[in-house]
Design a protein around this ligand. Sequence first.
Ligand code: PLP
Length: 384
Amino acid sequence: MVAQRIKDIPPSLTIKLTDRVRELRRKGMDVLSFTIGEPDFPTPPHVVEAAIEALREGKTKYAPSRGILPLREAISRLYQERGLDFTEKNILITTAKFALYAALQSLVDPGEEVILPDPCWVSYEPMVMMASGRAVKVRLDPLEEFSFLPEKLKEAVNSRTRILILNTPANPTGGVLRREHLKLIADLAVDHDFYVVADETYEKIVYEGEHISIATLPGMEERTITVSSFSKSYSMPGWRVGWVAAPEEHINDILRVQQHTLTCLPPFVQAGALAALEGPQDYLNEMVKAFRRRRDKVVEGLNNMPGVTLRPPHGTFYAFFHYDQPVPSMDLTETLIEKARVALTPGIAFGEGGEGFMRFSFAVSDEKIEEGLRRMRTFFEENF
Ligand code: PLP
């Protein structure tokens, strides 16, 4: 017995892949994995200290469901600096992944349509299904920062469109949308009266151009639910802390989902998050510098392999490269593991629009990247 809404959710290809690599390693095979989506840097020590101190002070009970006030105030200032008229009332502290789930739960009625980028992060579609919505995938343009193909996007919008999920900087593509890309979406959202759920989880990891929040575009403040996270920016994925920034009425709706599910985020976790935002930012800058150095290495290395093309990712720590062979990305993944002993994520894991691509995460050490590229080069020279 399983509910229909859950029955149709496919198992995660990425988790299957991680399990396979783990098994091969157990058998003694030396496989280098570039599949992970978390920074390899430790959480900044002052953040860890702040959480320990909070624990010692006895901050071990329930916190307010919305999140602790100083943290909500600090986050609201980030949006004030971008010109939004937000206060702590516009902020809810929660896990980024849960924020996306709760936003969809609070906005989508059965059968309503949610536009998704194709390719996109693996969890959006299952979240739409859990909200009993209908996912409508729109192909992206690899030549334009993997923004929506304008004609395809216009065709996808109709009277049932309730939400468009936007992710910039994007996983898996590394694309950072420019103002003109965002304007196209904003104009459609205003004209057709739909919401944008803006996933800005990678907002701090940008190498070229700048990160722009779509909520800052004309007419968008009242129709954007922005989600962000401490996971990637401050190397805190295991802390499970992020936030939602939205008009107050939507925060209150999402709050009801949180009150009856998670209740709240642990208070000591929130104390760590506050230290991350308010403490020194040099750690973050150093991390982005290291990612940039690795990105350049990966761009050069991959583009020197026969049959491989990579447009430099402008953000995130993912290189989404195209390969020039009519081989399904899942098969190429298997072959790369067996012959090159390198594990990458197949583009198909992110949707049909990802076929013909592979995702290489460079959130691993320089040495590992160099060795991985060496192995891949030998493979591509022999097989492509
Ligand atoms: N959104 C995107 C695009 C992601 O890649 C991830 C994590 O990998 C998340 C959201 C979830 O972030 P968190 O782990 O902070 O909940």
